[in-house]
Design a protein around this ligand. Structure first.
Ligand SMILES: Nc1ncnc2c1ncn2[C@@H]1O[C@H](COP(=O)(O)OP(=O)(O)OP(=O)(O)O)[C@@H](O)[C@H]1O
Ligand SMILES: [Mg+2]
Length: 342
């Protein structure tokens, strides 16, 4: 069986091929030009997806030694994401599905992240606890199977990645902020500034207070920003990063203790962060749970996770008409609600 995966929800165009259960291509073209605007410009993103999608599919076919007509299943991210960006991949996938007369599976991008640990050799075992930390989401999910999952907690305001990006901007670093904060934090003292970890109920997270605390600290301590030294930037980065790690670990610990799980998985773009990876390694040792963190190419946005998730939906009997989804860009929760009526 040959499966095509397409991902165009934000600023990465990605095409993947799974051929007879083997990932034969996972090509990712990142739109680095957004950096000069300090964030993703939706219209430019859609246009860039349009320009690159066909050449990228050609490359993936070549790499996999296949032709378009060889695909048996076409999967594409259906949401959440930027509407114009999503439409590029989604419309292409539906058109291809129609012309080849092969099934089309719309995939929730976050479910893609959620199951991305299965792209690794050593896979998660059900039931597992997943922490999804990305640019737009922070979710603790109890994953019971490829069909059943329960969201235990989410962010009440900013996502973890969003907090990294916003604090990075305050410090004058380029977009995306996560890797910049990580790099600067390496030379800083994480105990220098005591940034607050928000008290939230249950398994929920909150990063907005932390973000404001960093802003207030900078405004108060450095009314003249030019007085900020390189070491100050390092220390603020390290102390902020440590506060995020603390918040993520605190809730994950609670969830491990209160749920019967076999594995732990850390997924999404922010899962690339070294300190968060280290903290999860410690958690897995402490609680004797198998830990699966995807390798870097599967943490950020990639079509391998979309093709894989599409395959699991198809294998569990899900079928979708070309009129589905009703509109692209819907939220995770809406997707799950509408899916249950299928
Ligand atoms: N090393 C790192 N440390 C912290 N954050 C990081 C690191 N590398 C990437 N990030 C963050 O990961 C985020 C991008 O992740 P991803 O591509 O999964 O998000 P997205 O697709 O934009 O959002 P979503 O998946 O929620 O729709 C950005 O916020 C980026 O700053
Ligand atoms: Mg993502």
């Amino acid at each position: 069986m040959n499966i095509l995966g397409i991902e165009t929800s934000c600023d990465e165009t990605s095409i993947a091929v799974i051929s007879n259960d083997k990932l034969t291509a996972n090509l990712i073209s990142s739109q680095d030009f957004h950096a000069k605007y300090g964030g993703v410009v939706p219209e430019l993103s859609s246009r860039a997806h349009l320009q690159i999608i066909i050449p990228l599919i050609k490359d993936a076919l070549k790499k996999s030694n296949l032709e378009l007509k060889d695909f048996d299943l076409i999967c594409s991210t259906a949401g959440p994401g930027l509407i114009g960006a999503l439409l590029v991949g989604l419309t292409f996938a539906k058109g291809l599905s129609f012309s080849l007369n092969k099934p089309f599976i719309p995939v929730d991008h976050i479910e893609g992240h959620l199951y991305s640990g299965f792209l690794m050799e050593d896979k998660p075992e059900f039931p597992y606890l997943a922490l999804v930390v990305s640019g737009g989401h922070t979710l603790l999910v109890l994953v019971k199977s490829f069909i059943e999952m329960k969201i235990l907690g989410t962010t009440v305001d900013d996502a973890a990645g969003e907090a990294f990006d916003k604090v990075s901007k305050m410090l004058g670093f380029p977009y995306p902020g996560g890797p910049q904060i990580q790099k600067n934090a390496e030379s800083g003292d994480e105990n220098k500034i005591d940034f607050p970890v928000a008290e939230t109920k249950g398994y929920d997270f909150s990063f907005s207070g932390l973000k404001t605390a960093v802003l207030r600290y900078i405004q108060k301590k450095y009314p003249d920003k030019s007085k900020m030294t390189q070491q100050d930037l390092y220390d603020i980065s390290a102390s902020f990063q440590q506060a995020v790690v603390k918040a993520l670990v605190q809730k994950t610990k609670q969830a491990i203790e209160n749920n019967n799980i076999k594995s732990l998985s850390l997924v999404g773009g922010v899962a690339a962060n070294k300190k968060i990876r280290e903290a999860f390694n410690e958690l897995s040792h402490k609680y004797q749970k198998k830990l699966v963190i995807p390798e870097l190419q599967y943490c950020g946005d990639n079509a391998a996770m979309i093709a894989f998730r599409g395959k699991t939906l198809y294998d569990s009997g899900k079928r979708f008409g070309l009129d589905y989804p009703p509109y692209p860009g819907f939220k995770f929760e809406d997707y799950n609600k509408s899916k249950s009526s299928l």
